[in-house]
Design a protein around this ligand. Sequence first.
Ligand SMILES: O=C(O)c1cc(=O)[nH]c(=O)n1[C@@H]1O[C@H](COP(=O)(O)O)[C@@H](O)[C@H]1O
Length: 271
Amino acid sequence: MSFGARLAKAVAERGPLCVGIDPHPGLLRDWGLPQDVSGVERFALTCVEALGGQVAVVKPQSAFFEAHGSKGVAVLERVIAGLREADTLVLVDAKRGDIGSTMAAYAAAYLADGSPLAGDAVTVSPFLGFGSLDPAVEAARASGRGVFVLARTSNPEGATVQHAVLPDGRTVAQSVVDSAAAANAGAEPLGDVGLVIGATLATLDVDLSDLNGPVLAPGFGAQGATAADLRGLFGPDLRGVLPASSRDVLRHGPDVASLRAAALRVRDEVA
Ligand SMILES: O=C(O)c1cc(=O)[nH]c(=O)n1[C@@H]1O[C@H](COP(=O)(O)O)[C@@H](O)[C@H]1O
């Protein structure tokens, strides 16, 4: 089954929400955990227990695991395995991007069967040129996985690059959208090439009408975006839009039941 089809099924069954696992030092402190790899491990595995089998997608943020070196990466591998065992789609947030030949190695790490870092999808950066992502798009397709390509990010600095205008008159962001749409053309029910578009944007300044793929919308909760903002931004037809929230859900831990209840509350609110 393609990633687009698996995502559509997961959202139909569990509602449109992606919860991030971001073991921030501040959250570790609030949860009463040590600021070391054992704290990250307790935090992340508690999240797996609370969220596995509950929400459509879980997105571990690789940076917070990498910060603890190989031991932290080993925890990330256990998180990925635990979520997949719980039949929950895993979007590894690693935001990788490089020249095509190196991108192929990232694709082997994040998008190939048997790799311990491979979830169901990975975030990638198109700012070395969308074509540099071809090895990732091909690897995703070949293994029933997906990619989420940064297009209009939730941070205020993003516009400086993403609003830049190309010689053909399109913005950089629109050219990313159009390349994703071309990759998704004809796919049913959704293509495997998703986009990242921040829920915090004041207006949707790209045309998504031909995308035929999923849209990850981070910025929900801690960065200020609300359910009403999502409707305002993407319109009443939110098909394919997957709001993402990390800190606003995670602050309800470390109690597993409270954490799960917070995630389900947010899920019901956006549904
Ligand atoms: O790709 C992402 O998930 C992402 C893209 C973006 O434009 N903005 C953004 O905040 N994120 C990620 O979403 C998470 C932040 O979620 P909050 O704690 O809910 O603000 C972090 O892991 C960010 O890296």
